[in-house]
Design a protein around this ligand. Structure first.
Ligand SMILES: Cc1cc2nc3c(=O)[nH]c(=O)nc-3n(C[C@H](O)[C@H](O)[C@H](O)COP(=O)(O)OP(=O)(O)OC[C@H]3O[C@@H](n4cnc5c(N)ncnc54)[C@H](O)[C@@H]3O)c2cc1C
Length: 149
């Protein structure tokens, strides 16, 4: 385990002979001594697909294949109408960047029904100004009033 609680995995996403680990829980370093992959959704999704294939290969007694990450690019939104996206060697900025971010994220949602649901929720959040920053943080403990003796 590293300091972030991740298990180091080999090129086939295994911790040891019969145990696979992937996504946020895994520290995977690409071949060539590059830094470990970041804990991000595209890494977890690609590793999930690859791990599934390797489990099937193992069950069939076939050799396991090493995992290779395909970088889909990077993107972020800025405010309500602006964004920036770096994909396929191109940069998209401003409202085009924002629309690229939106389109890309909606396309990634599995299942048509989920996609419609999330689109409706996001649209409502946008129109009603509920499109907040999605951060997870620990709330400070509520102050307790001083005790009277
Ligand atoms: C606030 C926030 C914002 C983020 N924004 C982005 C972003 O913009 N872009 C991006 O690429 N990535 C983003 N990430 C990171 C991304 O969400 C993760 O990298 C990705 O979800 C990792 O997938 P995973 O399958 O490894 O883990 P998870 O998605 O965490 O899935 C693990 C699942 O296992 C379940 N589980 C846990 N313990 C048990 C148990 N004992 N038994 C059964 N089930 C269990 C959990 O409930 C969960 O459903 C963000 C993460 C956070 C927290």
């Amino acid at each position: 385990m590293n300091r972030r609680g991740q298990a180091k995995v080999d090129s086939t996403l295994r911790v040891c002979e019969d145990i696979f680990c992937l996504g946020d829980m895994a520290e995977f370093s690409p071949a060539g001594g590059e830094a470990p992959l970041p804990a991000m959704a595209p890494v977890a999704m690609q590793q999930g697909a690859h791990c599934g294939e390797n489990v099937v290969r193992k069950a069939r007694g076939e050799p396991l294949q090493p995992f290779a990450y395909q970088d889909p690019g990077i993107m972020a939104t800025v405010g309500r109408t602006r964004g920036v996206a770096f994909m396929n060697g191109k940069t998209y900025q401003g409202s085009i960047g924002w629309l690229t971010w939106l389109w890309h994220h909606l396309l990634r949602i599995v299942d048509f029904q989920n996609r419609v649901l999330v689109t409706a929720r996001w649209a409502w959040g946008y129109v009603a100004w509920k499109w907040g920053v999605r951060l997870v943080y620990e709330a400070p403990p509520a102050e307790t009033p001083p005790q009277r003796s």
